[in-house]
Design a protein. Sequence first.
Length: 334
Amino acid sequence: MGRAAANPARPRRTLRLMGWGNIGRAVRRAWLSWTGADRGVAVVVCVAQLPGAWLLWTIATDSGKDDYGVGYSSLGMLIQLVAAPSVSLVLGLVQMAGQIVPAALLAYPSAVRFRGPDWAWHLLYAALFGAGWAALPAMLWDWPFMATALAFAALGALPMLAVAYARRRARVTGRRWGAVGVLGSGCFGCFGLFVLAFGGAALATAVGLIEEYEPPKLSAGQLAGVWRGVDGAVLRLEPGGRAEFVDLPAEPEVFGDPTFVVCDGTGTWFLDTEGRHDSDGVEGPEERDGVVVRLDDGCGEQTYWVIGGTEQEPELLVPFGDQDAPDLWILQRD
């Protein structure tokens, strides 16, 4: 039997014409299809989503952790506000160059060879590139790989969808967004995403999806033992209420400079569960118990060590000086 004649009315499948040898040509065509307007939209959206993403990431990573009752430094917050626009722009450019554009270059030839919408392939490659980049902070800073990969994949979705929408809008209206329109939409979108992230985090906290930190409740017997700090401080709490210490910070006899003194010697200690001896009262008596250490030799005043950490890994901590930017001393039990 002879081969059946091809139907001239049926279009030839692009899949036949698309061999792996033409991948380079397809990638070049995809690169040329990305205009300056497309890159501008991608960068603006990458930057616009960063504040909301930063808020969610901060809340997620800090949930259930002890913040030691320390507030944010006013100077530090001012520096962050001043540096945020420049840092966000750099991060947006890095994301566009390292995730969005490479995903777009691979999406077009994949859609031609294997069929399917470009945006679906773009989402897939954006997720794959996000997973690849997630390996870097996972190795350098021990970030959780799966959570980081999912976060990077989510950050790659919105810029791609925004570019697809801008292209479709240009085809329908015959006009592309100008720079003012893109920047204005980016500002409104940034504000909206941040408000949405804040509201979602507040709702998740209210319903208990985000775990809040609960300081441990320890008895005097559980507190007895040796506690050490990274700077060589040692505090031994005896079961009978006596205390021995080496290089232990204490409140100075005169308020001011220095904010604390370092003492060696002996003294007494007791557990305060009502916050009566907490001169700072940062957490309040209902929030934190504390250990009051009184010195015998007059090196310094009594010091209120707040109980923190967890029941498995308890800590004693005390902030000296300005509560916005204190000298924080932390002791951990042997």
